[in-house]
Design a protein around this ligand. Sequence first.
Ligand SMILES: Cc1cc2nc3c(=O)[nH]c(=O)nc-3n(C[C@H](O)[C@H](O)[C@H](O)COP(=O)(O)OP(=O)(O)OC[C@H]3O[C@@H](n4cnc5c(N)ncnc54)[C@H](O)[C@@H]3O)c2cc1C
Length: 381
Amino acid sequence: MTMLTEEELDLQRSVRSFLDAKVAPLVAEHEQARTFPWEILPSLHEFGYVGGLVSPDDGGDDLSYSMLAILMEEAGRCWGSLRTTLNILTIVPYLISVVGTEEQKSRFLPDLLSGRRRAWFAMTEPDAGSDAGSLRTRASKEGDSWVLQGRKIYITNALHADVGIVLATVDPEAGPKGITAFLVDGTESDYAVHDIPHMPVRGTSSCELVFDGTRIPEHNVLGEVGRGLSTAMKAINVGRLNMAMGAVGLSQAALEESIKFATTRQQFGRPLGGFQLVQEMVVEIATLTQTSRLLGMHAARALDAGDSGRQECSMAKYYCGESANKAASLALQVHGGAGLMEESPVERIFRDAREATIPEGTSQIQILQMGRALLGQSALR
Ligand SMILES: Cc1cc2nc3c(=O)[nH]c(=O)nc-3n(C[C@H](O)[C@H](O)[C@H](O)COP(=O)(O)OP(=O)(O)OC[C@H]3O[C@@H](n4cnc5c(N)ncnc54)[C@H](O)[C@@H]3O)c2cc1C
């Protein structure tokens, strides 16, 4: 029994078999070296990663959100770092295509969609994480340029990309209404990038960006001045769906590894899978995986139906992320000591699942945003 259409099943089968054959064999080595096989990316573009949400007029693949959700589940099932990387690479061209000017689209989209250039997205700062509206990076107008002053942290793959979207305030007194999105082209604007070593998704870099008098041409404002947060929310909503479905993929991988292990490892003269307590853990992982998948696909279908999908994406991000952590922890338990060894995929899945509840709004922020919508009162401040 499947909830997917024939076309969706075809996409799932073809991307899964490609990732199993071409990417899965590279994961252990890159995880160990904390590197990413960038050379595989152009082949992934062919499935609709990166250009999936961009219209054909702008050179994209115009996939449904449901198709994108399937792509992200498969990326997460293969490797958490792959899903994290593809999320950012997908949302940046999407944002440029929905709010960019024709000139910005023609300047940035062909390179991003072909994989000749890669992108980062920078909102988080040392003193502004969940409370993004309080960000301090300052954009001041000087002649026909904006001059940026400030720092961003935890920015995915900024070391490996040279096109970015940065959020900065043009008027600190205006609070969230001063926040503006800017396109940054690393070939014309100077900024510094440093790696911040981190625990999960080791094939990605989490970077600090330092803007110290960085000049950005006036025509690089993305969307309207003062509407940066609402511009960012368009990407963040899709990012939540991507993260939710990536978490489903991690749970699915935890399930597959657990079944493999429980049916081959023997103790007390029979396979682990013959013990009721082990069966309970495996069934719990399967249930968490399937309930997560249903919720994630429900969010994707809501977006496909033209709804804002805010509540659905929040619920999916919250539930799928928390469930992936439970599933990964159970899978580790099924594996016993082997699950804690770096040679086991479960050790990586456990670390990568830890990421699922933090970026694109923590679980707590999702709860507070859903609570506000359900109860009509904000508990955020
Ligand atoms: C691997 C990784 C990749 C990332 N990539 C990017 C990226 O590419 N671009 C980018 O801009 N950012 C990125 N981030 C940053 C991410 O979006 C933030 O870490 C996240 O929004 C949380 O902000 P914070 O870390 O400052 O935590 P804080 O906001 O300081 O929160 C700390 C804790 O307090 C809780 N909390 C905060 N406010 C409330 C409240 N009102 N009520 C209840 N609890 C609350 C949070 O839920 C959390 O548990 C990335 C982070 C990670 C870990």
